[in-house]
Design a protein around this ligand. Structure first.
Ligand code: NZQ
Ligand code: ZN
Length: 385
């Protein structure tokens, strides 16, 4: 196992009715900005629950944070934070609302002209952030228990990630009941996103870390077991709860400590979203099978383990088992209604491959656990998708 340092200061409140605990978690003296997305929280009762719990608090609101949150929108909230002296941000929504709120928290402490350029491109972060917390309403990103965010800029069709130790939520409220209202498409996106996070943390090469492997396989198996239940019955509390906890544990870094990682599916997927607007989960389902096929030899040991322990495949030759694992993963995505090809979204693979190769070449990046995913390899992967 490799050396590691683990830190996560987020308090997690999981389960039914936990929104009512808000007064215990936020000091009455705080001036709160409650951030949210396009309005789902007003339809499913979450907004009312939060307002009720925060009666007597000084609460301002900022709605309209879109999926794949846009810098241009977030800076309007930054203006409010600065003008009104807001000292607590409460994100109520999916990963986009929470990621956007993490960016607002940082950018509100930045005094220069272009916070995107500073934080997202140059990595020059202010040394503090406004305190933030969340009520997460979509199981997918794990943003509720990590310090990362992914922000898009309309002006340049970019989508990039940032991390900052001051962006851990102070607390996260995870009530699986709030996910009953999710559109099927978002439920599926979340399951695939979680599956792919787990793969990117685990499917690299072996460093003798059986506990991390068992945790990761446990997440994959739980997703495969619970996904059909939530799709058949969106109000199956236990299945919703199990899927939500998988999502949180898929990206709170427990499964990643001490092991190599490969974020190339995400890096390519972000470009597909930036150029073509497809959902984050959709982009991953297209790229992962082709990326795995491209890297099959170097990942064969882990893929074979996944074949045997997740999909119960009886095949002793690693390379053959690896092939079966890749097929099974794509079959699982398809079985829950997730499409896995660019053509399904009327995207021309040759055009997408060119655009992504150009971008990666300009940035001079090479992704993957061994730096093998260069601009040219990304081209091959996208072309095959
Ligand atoms: O905007 P509203 O009206 O709230 O509706 C949202 C949105 O339309 C809706 N929704 C959310 N919770 C709901 C609900 N509808 C009904 N009932 C509920 N309970 O779902 C739609 C999608 O929401 P969004 O927040 O965009 O989805 P998700 O949580 O999948 O977040 C995606 C974003 O997170 C980033 C992605 O790149 C993307 O920008 N990621 C963030 C990560 C992180 N911070 O660690 C890691 C991930 O890999 C990912 O990259
Ligand atoms: Zn993701």
């Amino acid at each position: 196992m490799n050396n590691f340092e683990f830190y996560c200061p987020t308090r997690v409140l999981f389960g039914k009715g936990q929104i009512a605990e808000l007064p215990r978690l936020i000091d009455k003296s705080k001036k709160i900005l409650m951030t949210y997305g396009g309005g789902s929280i007003k339809k499913n009762g979450v907004y009312d629950q939060v307002k009720k719990a925060l009666e007597g608090y000084n609460v301002l609101e900022f709605g309209g944070i879109e999926p794949n949150p846009k810098y241009e929108t977030l800076m309007k909230a930054v203006e409010i934070v600065k003008r009104e002296g807001v000292d607590f941000l409460l994100a109520v929504g999916g990963g986009s609302t929470l990621d956007g709120t993490k960016f607002i928290a940082l950018a509100s402490k930045y005094d220069g002209d272009d916070a995107y350029d500073a934080i997202m491109i140059r990595g020059e972060h202010p040394d503090s952030a406004v305190e933030l917390a969340d009520i997460i309403t979509l199981p997918a990103t794990g943003s509720e228990m990590n310090n990362g965010g992914v922000i898009s800029r309309l002006a340049t069709s970019e989508k990039l990630a940032f991390h900052n130790p001051n962006c851990f939520p102070k607390f996260s409220i995870i009530d699986p009941e709030v996910t009953y209202s999710l559109p099927v498409r978002q439920t599926i996106n979340g399951i695939v996103d979680t599956f792919v996070h787990t793969m990117e943390f685990n499917c690299t090469y072996d460093v003798n870390s059986p506990l991390q492997d068992i945790w990761a396989m446990g997440i994959l198996r739980t997703l495969i077991q619970e996904a059909p239940k939530v799709l058949a019955n969106p109000e199956d509390y236990d299945a919703r709860a199990n899927i939500f906890w998988c999502a949180t544990c898929g990206l709170n870094y427990w499964i990643s400590v001490g092991v190599p990682q490969d974020w190339s599916t995400h890096m390519i997927g972000h470009e597909l979203t930036a150029f073509y607007g497809i959902d984050h989960g959709q982009s991953l389902a297209i790229i992962l099978p082709r990326l795995l096929r491209n890297q099959k030899v170097s990942k064969s040991q882990k893929l074979a383990k996944i074949a045997r322990e997740v999909f119960k495949v009886d095949e002793s030759v690693d390379l053959k088992a690896a092939d079966i694992a890749i097929d099974k993963i794509e079959e699982f995505f398809n079985s829950i209604g997730m499409k896995t090809h660019l053509a399904d979204y009327e995207i021309d693979p040759a055009e997408a491959a060119e655009k992504i190769r150009d971008r990666f070449a300009k940035r001079g990046v090479a992704f993957g656990e061994k730096g093998a995913i260069t601009a040219d390899v990304a081209y091959d992967v996208v072309l095959a998708s």
